[in-house]
Design a protein around this ligand. Sequence first.
Ligand code: NAD
Ligand code: MG
Length: 487
Amino acid sequence: MGNPFEYAPAPESRAIVDIAPAYGLFIDGKFTDAADGGRLKTVNPATEEVLAEVAVGGEADVDRAVKAARKAFKSWSALPGAERAKYLFRIARLIQEHGRELAVLESIDNGKPIRESRDVDIPLVAAHFFHYAGWADKLAYAGLWQSRTKEHSGPAPKPIGVAGQVIPWNFPLLMLAWKVAPALACGNTVVLKPAETTPLTALRFAEICVEAGLPDGVLNIVTGAGETGRALIAHPDVDKVAFTGSTAVGKEIARAIAGTRKRVTLELGGKAANIVYDDAAIDSAVDGIVEGIFFNGGQVCCAGSRLLVQESVADELLASLTRRIKTLRVGDPLDKNTDVGAINSAAQLSRIRELVEAGEAEGAERWSPAGELPGKGFWFPPTVFTGVTQAHRIARDEIFGPVLTVQTFRTPAEAVEKANNTAYGLSAGVWTEKGAKALWTAQRLRAGVVWTNTFNKFDPASPFGGFKESGFGREGGRHGLEAYLDV
Ligand code: NAD
Ligand code: MG
């Protein structure tokens, strides 16, 4: 396998996929500059190469986008569901047709391994549009509201109006799909703000919507950073706010819209426990732990960042886990053999470093496989902390990087107690050969998603969302419709 961190520099990104030097805002079906001409640069985090400049939307631009969405709402919401579905099916098929290009663009702008963007992200993006296209003409049968009479389910619920959506950088196009597909299927119109470090696939998606013939103003993309997001959420004519990102910003948003008519769903951070019982198949558990924390370099809100292993198998499991981690290839995101790509930004890298240093300072033991990281770009090696206690910051704070903490437990009750001892509650994993034990544990975990003998598996038909500080509201499946309907 060679040096796991062996690194071949990526060729010029523009040669691989078509990236324009500059992009405007996508408002009312057209690309336009920001009113004040503001721009930001998005870089390839694996090389620090500037990929493109994108417009920074200000208040005036957000206002134009919301007005366009408001105007389009009238006819879009009046379309029969079956007609809206046709557009969504067309978008889903175009995503499949452009799948390779979108996967490469995503990996270049975000830093994630091409194997993930090609085999997980982009297929799931298409799957979400297919799934919600299927719902568009069946909203009356979703069972989301009280029936007027016992015999009849009543009229179909109505869309909410203009949705303002703000998404993060870890799954740029997939988070767009999670938000745009149900919103449009239910008859809402959208103004979406992508993350400032990963705007390119959202802008390519805008072009795909043009190709699909989506009416002007139904979808608007306003790029920019936190200020642009703040302006969108504060806009008085936004009816529904949907946010995925950090808990800190989520709290700010909740405060900003308190007392307004706006409806809100928040998908925030996580600190998931991955529980391995002594009867688990160790090899599969090791695969699941690796998948849980190194998928997308651990920059995943539902990452299995806290390994809880039963004491009697802890040594055996850790020996096997470290052997496996030594085989992971860290490097060029566009190399199909890469397991762990780049960290998305310098800011995210410094957050990871700060927490890891706190872990060492507080007395936990840090381990990473030997190997050299590329000189340019933002990189962090797969890292495991043992000797971790609940008091350590690395056990409590979301690191959002390829860093696993290991704690042990003796009894199932102790495993559940430790797993729930967190401010978050987005996801969890359980590894055991015994079905009854898996169910016993899952019923006691305060987590929106519990995976058994697997981890990080997603399906558009399955709702996703959190307890406690992980946020509220569900995305995906039938439950995901509720966020976009006046039920
Ligand atoms: P963030 O919350 O700052 O950014 C997420 C999105 O919100 C971006 O589009 C950003 O431009 C926008 N934004 C920022 N400030 C805003 C404001 N005041 N009003 C409206 N929109 C605003 O997240 P980040 O700085 O990119 O990452 C920081 C931490 O967030 C990570 O370390 C991780 O813990 C967490 N995170 C969680 C998820 C998730 O999927 N739950 C995704 C990304 C990041
Ligand atoms: Mg980028």
